[in-house]
Design a protein around this ligand. Sequence first.
Ligand SMILES: Cc1cc2nc3c(=O)[nH]c(=O)nc-3n(C[C@H](O)[C@H](O)[C@H](O)COP(=O)(O)OP(=O)(O)OC[C@H]3O[C@@H](n4cnc5c(N)ncnc54)[C@H](O)[C@@H]3O)c2cc1C
Length: 438
Amino acid sequence: MSEIVVLGAGMAGYGAAHKLKSAGVDLSLYEKKNHIGGHCASYVFDDQWVFDDGPHISFSKIEHVKKIFAENIDHDYFEFEANVDNYWKGKWIKHPAQVNLKELPAALNTQIMMEMIAAHQEKDPVINNYQDWLYASYGKTFSENFPMKYTRKFHTTDAINLSTDWLGPRLYKPQLSEVIYGMLSQKTEDVHYIKAFRYPNKGGFVSLMNGIHDVADIQFEHDVVSINLQKKELTFQNNKKVDYKYCFSSLPLKKIISLIEDAPQEIREAADKLAYTQCVLVNIGVNRSNLSPAHWRYVYDEDFYTTRISFPSMFGPGNTPPGAGSIQVEIYFSDKYKPLDRKPEDFIPIVKDELIHMGILNPLDKILIEKAWVSPFAQIIYDHDRKENVELLHAFLKENDIFFGGRFADWSYCWSDESFLRGEEAAEEILSKLAVTI
Ligand SMILES: Cc1cc2nc3c(=O)[nH]c(=O)nc-3n(C[C@H](O)[C@H](O)[C@H](O)COP(=O)(O)OP(=O)(O)OC[C@H]3O[C@@H](n4cnc5c(N)ncnc54)[C@H](O)[C@@H]3O)c2cc1C
């Protein structure tokens, strides 16, 4: 048994194992499920329908990761520029809405424009939370009609409860001239911050990490249930015990703390404060492929559960049987702000009705497959409890020779390539420790 243990066969575990293996270091990789992928998993039904664990497409700009992903599928991928739009009060509005407001009533647009001008003139606005940032960037009326509604659906809480350290390029901040142009013209420039997307032609998104099998002999169905930091010992649900010298974890931060025997009270309390969403995924296959002009669509109206709609059949030809189309709908909940109160399959008829209402499904469509499940850790909620508690927990893990990385271990918004990279970075820390101790 190796002295280096990697926990989790998702992207971060893959990145860590890849780096360690490249350095000639043996490792043992344990995964609680019976398949690879973690959040990047793809599920195949009836040998012909592929649905990922939430919509996944690759837009990596990290060259060496992009190369590894491409080589894992022999460069057999579909590349496309995405069309994205928004559903708002019965209208379809090109994304991002702030520069495509032509469909809105003139009186509302006038108010939006006046407030945007005033917001742009404000010098050094005070920004204490995401709502402040929205008001300062777009004015009150646009913010309340678009991003603040979506925030309640996607983050499950109000913008005032969120920080701004997750924003990055996610929300487009236009010049006033672009806003005016979008109010007057039907044809506007594409300003999405990502231009080119890749998706494997077969096998779903998870194929991008096929190479994990070359760098680790994965021990599946090994669910870590407790960690003894003093003895440096892991216990699995099957009662197996494993000693380690260095441990890399891609497990959700909140989860790993709950597994640590004798974790101090202060540490447990910090972990309890971390908020995250669960995502109900409703997946539908239909007997026609022309379901949407957009690859994915955001739904703002709060009387619909549906939050984001994507079309896996448009991502890659291998996701459906020939001539068919597929839809994946995300609906978000969180233990802290909006607990999930019913079974995932209960959402199937609700979502089908909503898709008919929005004109995506037709009552005459033949539904060929329908599946729903919950993805238990989906998005990190950047509320005001996040930053200081995450710092405290990370410091605790580091002091105890638990290395970590990835979306849920870092408790941040890592994309798949960044999760891989974070696994590599943590493995480098382990390698530098080994260099000292060898
Ligand atoms: C809805 C959604 C859409 C996304 N879309 C994109 C996209 O389009 N493009 C993109 O690049 N990224 C996307 N991402 C981000 C991407 O999914 C993550 O960056 C990536 O999957 C995180 O990998 P990870 O290894 O850090 O964590 P995980 O994937 O969660 O891997 C952790 C692994 O640890 C295992 N594990 C958990 N507990 C235990 C235990 N006790 N014992 C043993 N093993 C355990 C899990 O089973 C899992 O396999 C999206 C994420 C979400 C939620």
